[in-house]
Design a protein around this ligand. Structure first.
Ligand code: SAJ
Length: 405
């Protein structure tokens, strides 16, 4: 039996996938509300294909509880926040989960850490936690780091098709865990050591963050010189060795906007390009806000309540608002004393900000300028309803006349 600890964005799909592929799974979460929700037949977040997978897993008898199980394999998928000041990973949830596992697990158990951690975290924090309670690593407890690579919005497909990394102290244990993931994963699974696995995960997200920062910087250069950044990127990407990503209103989510800071925090004298890239990305919501002021001025608009932000989540077709550029923009706006912008997102049903709407037509009714912050399918499929509006499109989806970054 596998005990999956943490039933959030990574733990839940992983637990469901294992269960629906014939593995006995118990999912554990300390949050009783999540456990109750999952037991009542509902999933805790929106993701394409998740509900169908949940049904299959329930038919396969997956269990949800707040108790840690006595078993031989634990998969830990709890959050790893970072300290905004020191830029270092905060492993508190991982450590708490490990301690709880150690309270119940038999000798010889394997603990797989899926949570993203900064390079060296397992040596620095996890190993001492295990040895302090008298367990010998490699004998009483086997350690594995198998960081997840699935992208929100396409998680279920990617769980099956992505290649994976399994970092282990012991190659035999690494192969055992590789076999476990092979129950559903059709990609290649590389077995390596733990430090390499830690670094690989953070480097992958850093690569994407730096590439997006490059695109964002190009957007600013092109704006300064009156050039079309999208046309330029399109043409450059026709070169066989160039693949520039898209500029946008900022970089959100709990991965690309966080993980690269681990490298800046741990290697402040070395990670220069990464540091500058993160600052560039973090500066985008302010850049967008300034563009809003410019566009308002150009159109003789003075009332902020006649301006609406479409989209609150960190990217399209997900309900996750962590580090969302729209929320960052609204924070900035408060500091500039220019409150009042209207906001709408079809994926956000709860009230999270002032002047928030829950109906697209009502939202559009009272505004002159609409700022597309997120390219949800809802608006992509109904772009014609914007034809009477002034449109500022930060995602390059609008086909008609509009303002861009
Ligand atoms: N973004 C841009 N321009 C782009 C692409 C993205 O501005 O060209 C923005 C998005 O709008 C969003 C942010 O970047 O605000 C991040 O979105 P994303 O789709 O690039 O990535 P995430 O954070 O949803 O998922 C990433 C993925 N990592 C990589 O592609 C290297 C995913 O595979 C990881 O599993 C995930 O981080 C994670 O959990 O670490």
């Amino acid at each position: 039996m596998v005990n999956v600890i943490g039933l959030g964005y990574i733990g839940l799909p992983t637990a469901l996938m294992l269960a629906s592929h014939g593995i006995e799974v118990v999912g554990t979460d300390y949050n009783n509300d999540i456990v109750a929700l999952l037991r009542s037949g509902k999933t805790s977040f929106k993701e394409k294909g998740l509900d169908e997978l949940y049904k299959k897993a329930v038919e396969a008898n997956i269990k949800f509880t707040n108790e840690y199980q006595i078993t031989d394999i634990y998969i830990i998928a709890v959050p790893t926040p970072y300290d905004k000041f020191t830029k270092k990973v905060d492993p508190c949830y991982v450590i708490t989960a490990i301690k709880s596992v150690l309270d119940v697990c038999p000798k010889g158990a394997t603990i797989v850490i899926e949570s993203t951690v900064s390079p060296g975290t397992i040596d620095k924090y996890v190993r001492p936690t295990i040895t302090e309670v008298g367990f010998e690593i490699g004998k009483d407890i086997h350690l594995v780091h198998a960081p997840e690579r699935i992208i929100p919005g396409n998680m279920i497909y990617e769980l099956i098709h992505n290649n994976r990394t399994v970092g282990a102290d012991d190659i035999v244990v690494g192969e055992q865990i590789k076999n476990l993931y092979s129950s559903f994963c059709q990609g290649e699974i590389v077995v390596t050591d733990i430090r390499t696995a830690e670094m690989t995960k953070v480097v992958e997200n850093t690569y994407r963050a730096v590439n997006i920062a490059f695109a964002n910087e190009l957007a600013k250069i092109c704006r300064y010189d009156g050039l079309d950044v999208y046309e330029i990127i399109k043409i450059c990407n026709m070169h066989p060795r160039v693949n520039i990503l898209q500029p946008g209103p900022g970089v959100g989510g709990h991965c690309i906007s966080v993980d690269p800071w681990f490298l800046v925090g741990d290697y402040p004298h070395l990670a220069k390009v990464i540091d500058e890239s993160m600052k560039t990305n973090d500066g985008m919501p302010d850049f967008v806000l300034n563009r809003i002021y410019e566009i308002m001025q150009e159109n003789n608009l003075t009332d902020f309540s006649r301006v609406g932000l479409y989209g609150l989540t960190y990217k399209e077709n997900v309900d996750d608002m962590r580090e969302s550029p729209t929320l960052q923009l609204l924070e900035s706006q408060k500091r500039h004393l220019s409150k009042g912008l209207k906001v709408y997102d079809p994926f956000v049903v709860q009230d999270v900000v002032e002047n928030q709407y829950h109906n697209l037509d009502e939202f559009l009714d009272g505004i002159d300028l609409v700022v597309i912050m997120v390219a949800h399918d809802e608006i992509k499929n109904r772009l014609d309803i914007l034809k009477e509006k002034i449109v500022f499109d930060t995602r390059h989806i609008y086909k008609g006349d509009c303002y861009s970054l």
